[in-house]
Ligand binder design. Structure first.
Ligand SMILES: CC(C)(COP(=O)(O)OP(=O)(O)OC[C@H]1O[C@@H](n2cnc3c(N)ncnc32)[C@H](O)[C@@H]1OP(=O)(O)O)[C@@H](O)C(=O)NCCC(=O)NCCS
Length: 343
């Protein structure tokens, strides 16, 4: 049976030994049987999902195992980290079962952000309970229990510990910067985001975990957890894609290819290809929408959710009578080309 995932990570522990986070430099999806066998022989791994904290001798053994199967990239991790005081954690996931440890969650989030797995491509059930809430600082991850003393100790040396955020998720860029991306404000993209090649995330943009862009996109709005944006689609300034983590909405929102969500627009339904939502219009799934023909005559009324996944639609709020209208979208392609010329 193919092993699901593999990663040699270097982590941070609290003063009481709690693992706060793990950085995986070269995580692997479906590592070769050869690699797993070489590692098993050295470490006595006999299967299952495990996060093994390695001592110095085991680390040296592991380097030999990597070199014996020509896994130079993995051996290099050992080479660079040898002698570290930080915990070295080998994480092997035989299956994509619910994550049981902090290291497993970090490996899975890393697989997403390294673009080895697309959003919804792996099992994150119960992950929140395995992620400690951490102070992310200029001195790395610090447990909240340790923080006051660390702050005082730093002050005593005339330094200030800068707390960038207090969160279960760190920012993605401290773990991986995927090729071909531009991220104006790195704190707005969480580890576990999938940022497609050719995506620019501007300051107003945000990408949550298990969500992201498949290719070229200009993101100036919010990509909520679970939301996937197709190649060539743009999210205008301050726009919102509805998430499923709160509020009872359980339909996963997606945006097709070559779409435009206008500035301050909002989306509560999965959008097909080449669709536009007018700036400022929030289309919720339950909204009643007037269908217009080419002459702008109303030919019917539907619930927005019934238009899920349908291509070539333009949603707008009629500025004269306030109703939401949908008509055939003629300008989506030109609008996007114009925007991408400046990516
Ligand atoms: C919805 C949108 C795409 C329409 O743009 P468009 O297809 O170029 O349409 P136009 O503005 O040329 O308007 C075409 C016609 O529809 C009318 N119209 C446009 N929006 C309307 C509205 N909300 N209500 C009533 N009529 C409207 C226009 O008045 C015009 O009428 P006319 O033929 O009598 O002159 C555009 O208004 C929009 O919201 N774009 C989003 C841009 C954006 O936010 N980009 C991201 C920046 S960060």
């Amino acid at each position: 049976m193919t092993t699901f995932a593999f990663g040699l990570g270097i982590g941070t522990q609290s003063s009481t030994g709690e693992l706060l986070e793990v950085y995986f430099n070269q995580p692997l999806l479906n590592p070769s049987d050869e690699l797993i066998k070489a590692v098993s022989d050295k470490l006595g791994y006999t299967g299952g999902n495990q996060a093994i904290e390695l001592n110095a001798a085991q680390l040296t053994d592991l380097e030999g195992a990597f070199l014996s199967v020509d896994a130079e990239d993995q051996a290099e991790i050992v080479e660079i980290c040898k002698g570290t005081a930080q915990p070295m954690i080998l994480t092997i996931l035989e299956t994509d079962a619910d994550p049981e440890t902090t290291a497993e969650v970090y490996l899975k989030l890393s697989l997403l952000s390294q673009r080895l797995v697309q959003p919804h491509g792996l099992n994150l059930n119960g992950m929140f309970g395995k992620l400690p809430n951490v102070a992310w600082t200029n001195e790395g991850a610090i447990s909240l229990a340790d923080l006051p003393k660390r702050q005082l100790a730093a002050r005593a040396q005339g330094r200030i510990i800068d707390v960038h955020s207090v969160d279960k998720f760190p920012k993605m860029a401290n773990y991986v910067v995927p090729a071909g991306t531009r991220i104006a404000a790195t704190s707005r993209v969480r580890l576990g985001a999938y940022v497609g090649e050719g995506t620019t995330v501007m300051h107003e943009g945000f990408i949550n975990f298990n969500a992201g862009t498949m290719g070229v996109s200009m993101v100036e709005g919010r990509i909520s957890a679970g939301v996937v944006v197709g190649n060539g689609s743009d999210l205008g300034g301050g726009c919102s894609t509805m998430g499923t983590l709160s509020g009872g909405n359980n339909v996963v929102i997606s945006v097709g290819e070559n779409c435009l969500l206008g500035a301050n627009a909002g989306l509560g339904l999965p959008l097909g290809d080449r669709c536009t939502v007018e700036a400022g219009l929030y289309v919720t799934a339950g909204s009643k929408v007037s269908l217009l023909d080419d002459q702008n005559n109303e030919v019917g009324t539907v619930k927005a959710a019934d238009l899920a996944g349908k291509p070539d639609l333009l949603f707008r709020r009629n500025s004269l009578n306030g109703r939401i209208e949908v008509k055939t979208n003629k300008s989506a392609i030109e609008l996007n080309q114009e925007l991408h010329a400046h990516n």
